[in-house]
Design a protein around this ligand. Structure first.
Ligand code: HEC
Length: 192
């Protein structure tokens, strides 16, 4: 024992004079490898904090996920798929809705009014729907019509592209609550 303590009392060992049940405490410098890891961790922490929280240059996982979802919907739109997401996306595209407004003026105003407020056909601007207000519901109604009630089927006349464009426009009408034909169908909450 005497030997070891002689050896450890080299010039880098600083004896703190503490002794716990025979365990002697020295105040030696920390190993270099430990210090390197320690400082690298602190530097990384600062970098991370500045990148994600201060400078805002880093994207959060939520933002990345939302971007991926938006990309997926865009791909589906380009592939001309008919889903609620795709139709909702189209309803936010000014070019599509402007084209839809033109198609509506040509084909729909006779029965649904100049602004969708309803005439023979229902008011498309209120919260009441006979055949559902999900974008895909509207697509179905416009495509196949309700022949016995006087709503023509538009898919055979206009084709899928123009029907999608029209539906995008109809989605933008909802919630405008224009005075016109009295409510028909059931009140829907949420959805598009
Ligand atoms: C000849 C008249 C007529 C024309 C033209 C017409 N519709 Fe209709 N539409 C109706 C009638 C009537 C109904 C109600 C059907 C029912 O009572 O089930 C209706 C229902 C609808 C509905 C469903 C409303 C709901 O409450 O569920 C949508 C959406 C719709 N029409 C869109 C269009 C679009 C878009 C066009 C133009 C491409 C169009 N309609 C052209 C008469 C028409």
């Amino acid at each position: 024992m005497a030997n070891t303590s002689e050896q450890s009392k080299s010039n880098i060992d600083v004896d703190t004079g503490h002794d716990y049940d025979g365990i002697h405490e020295y105040d030696n410098p920390l190993p270099r490898w430990w210090l390197i890891i320690f400082w690298v961790c602190i530097a990384f922490g600062y970098g991370y904090w500045i990148h994600f929280h201060v400078a805002g240059t880093g994207k959060s996982e939520i933002a990345e996920l939302q971007e991926q979802q938006a990309e997926a919907v865009k791909r589906a739109a380009n592939a001309k798929e008919v889903t609620d997401d795709v139709l909702t996306l189209l309803s936010k595209d000014p070019e599509t809705t402007a084209a839809g407004a033109k198609l509506f003026a040509t084909n729909c105003v006779v029965c649904h009014g100049a602004n969708g407020e309803g005439k023979i056909g229902p008011n498309l601007t209120d919260a009441f729907w006979i055949h559902g207000n999900k974008p895909t519901d509207i697509y179905k109604t416009v495509s196949t019509g309700v022949l016995e009630k006087g709503m023509p089927a538009w898919l055979p006349v206009l084709g899928p592209d123009r029907v999608r464009t029209l539906v995008a426009f109809v989605i933008t009408r909802e919630g405008l609550n224009l005075p016109g034909k009295e409510p028909q169908g059931v009140r829907v909450t949420g959805g598009q």
